[in-house]
Design a protein around this ligand. Sequence first.
Ligand code: C5P
Length: 220
Amino acid sequence: AQPVIVAIDGPSGTGKSSTSKAVASQLGLSYLDTGAQYRAITWWMVNNGIDTDDPSAIAAAAGKPDIVSGTDPSNPTITVDGADVAAPIRTQEVTSKVSAVSAVAEVRARITELQRSIAATAEQGIVVEGRDIGTTVLPDADLKIFLTASPEARAARRSGELKGADVNATREALIKRDAADSTRKTSPLAKADDAVEVDTTELTLAQVIECVVTLVEEKR
Ligand code: C5P
């Protein structure tokens, strides 16, 4: 069979990662978390004293870190210059700075190129999750999904993941990050015209997974 390319985009807290990993596992496809790549480059900037409020400093450093993603959906890994950064890229500090770093065109160009080469070499195909996969990174994807959910549902899911985090604070931070991601100039978070929109507010994770698996099977 031809490799199948699936793009899954949407704001935070819609279940993108859980859905994408499960769909890839069930169908024997590779998996790429592009948010982890933007988090990894942000982590490197913070660790190397780059002022993340200075776009020109970010642009000048964008080519420096070596970011490698493992694409096994049962064990997705991410390293920067050989160091495992899976945990430190999830801190609040990185989360609060990632939108500013990922808005810089030089960062996007670099990461987009990485993403395309990873997708091109996935033998069975790949599920790629992010914000601009269907619109910019892989406009010829076989299937594009855009996941949405109410702000309340998204904040509740995120607070659940962060164990004990304040729901209101999580909701505010999430809304702020999505607004920044949606309004940036270069490749903002957006639904591709040919994407299938799935509102997950009233659905269980199992239902979302089943829905996406069915859509992929129809394309194969
Ligand atoms: O998916 P996750 O919440 O880990 O993504 C972290 C951040 O990375 C997003 O808020 C966004 O700023 C950036 N991102 C992006 N483009 C993508 C994926 C993530 O700009 N394709």
